[in-house]
Design a protein around this ligand. Structure first.
Ligand code: NCD
Ligand code: ZN
Length: 346
């Protein structure tokens, strides 16, 4: 038996939704994670400090008995966002980041940003106070191939923005390409990049070869194998630029297994065993703690968790629930497609 003990991890990019779905999926995260950056793409979105405060209360009310979990709230950037409201929300400690969704890029992004010049006053204020901007880094131009949307975003949106506002602290959310890995590597202390569990495991063949797998479809979509390998090298490199953001994004099965299926992989349940598997395969188990538990708090200027989490490797594979049954309907748990021998020791 092999085992590893790490500081309790945090999830720096998580979708918890609301209502019955929130109630159903929240325990899957609080079982292993101490904190999570909670995405604001509800319908309607979490735009103001007041929205964030109310959403935080709903999350706290849905916590399982005895759970020690802190939701870290974010605001959804719109072209009507008030810089003073953002600054007050940050100063009070309520809000830890603002999320940029290019309008139309992903689930519930219709209220996002069409024209960056309209949000420059907010971004300037954020740069001044050190509040991070989390970016969904894909352009939405239909002329750009979906597999190129991240690389084009870096060149045409992110790099110019960071040249114009070098003090702005930015997290490239869920990077999926070699280009994303390379840009984050050279960004210095104002830049971080989250990497999901599923993008360390999937390439685009997994989604499309031998039948279409709706539960492997997420945004940004998984890319070619060389990109997956670049992500694995980055996550296991020990570099503080890269940290875990699962982007666990629950949708009920009826909307995943659909003629126009929703984007999102639900990985909250089994992320830690899967990461241990990946890090072991890369000969980097000793770097899992950095990726999952230390680089994120360092970027967000928060303390590391004091509690610990123990992972053990056993002879029998872990058995994960195939689905989580929520009041909103069943949600399929991410299936890596291979046996995983790592277990979280509760
Ligand atoms: C996310 C969702 O469902 O909210 N979907 C996804 O595929 N990742 C939105 C997002 O983070 O892009
Ligand atoms: Zn997301």
């Amino acid at each position: 038996m092999q085992e590893i003990v790490i500081r309790r991890p945090d999830d720096w990019h998580l979708h918890l939704r609301d209502g019955a779905m929130l109630q159903g999926v929240l325990p899957e995260t609080t079982r292993h994670f101490a904190r999570a950056i909670v995405m604001p793409n509800l319908v309607p979105p979490v735009v103001t400090a007041r929205d964030a405060l109310a959403y935080r209360e709903r999350i706290l009310a849905a916590l399982p008995e005895g759970a020690a979990f802190e939701p870290l709230m974010t605001l959804y950037l719109t072209e009507g966002t008030d810089p003073a409201d953002v600054a007050a929300a940050a100063a009070s400690g309520l809000v830890k980041a603002v999320k940029l969704y290019p309008a139309g890029a992903t689930t519930n992004s219709q209220s996002g940003v069409r024209d960056l010049t309209k949000v420059m006053a907010v971004l300037e204020r954020m740069a001044a106070i050190g509040l991070p901007l989390c970016t969904h880094g894909e352009v939405v131009d239909p002329a750009v191939d979906i597999f190129d949307r991240e690389a084009v975003f870096i060149d045409s949106v992110l790099a110019p923005l960071r040249r114009r506002l070098p003090e702005l602290r930015v997290v490239m959310e869920h990077i999926t390409t070699e280009e994303g890995v390379a840009y984050a590597a050279e960004g210095g202390e104002t830049l971080g990049a989250t990497i999901t569990t599923h993008h360390l495991i999937l390439n685009r063949n997994h989604i499309l070869a031998g039948g279409i797998r709706p539960h492997y479809y997420c945004l940004p979509v998984a890319k070619r194998e060389r990109h997956r390998l670049a992500l694995r090298r980055a996550a296991t490199s020990g570099s503080p630029r890269y940290f875990l953001g699962t982007d666990s994004a629950p949708h009920v099965d009826a909307l995943k297994e659909h003629a126009c299926g929703c984007a999102g992989c639900f990985t909250a349940t089994n992320t830690l065993p899967l990461l241990a598997h990946v890090f072991e395969a890369e000969g980097a188990l000793d770097r899992l703690e950095g990726f999952a538990s230390r680089h994120g708090p360092a970027f967000y200027r928060l303390p590391e968790n004091a509690a610990r989490l123990r992972l053990v490797k056993r002879a029998e594979p872990a058995v994960f629930a195939e689905k989580i049954l929520t009041g909103a309907g069943p949600v399929t748990v991410f299936d890596p497609g291979f046996p995983v021998y790592w277990h979280v020791q509760d």
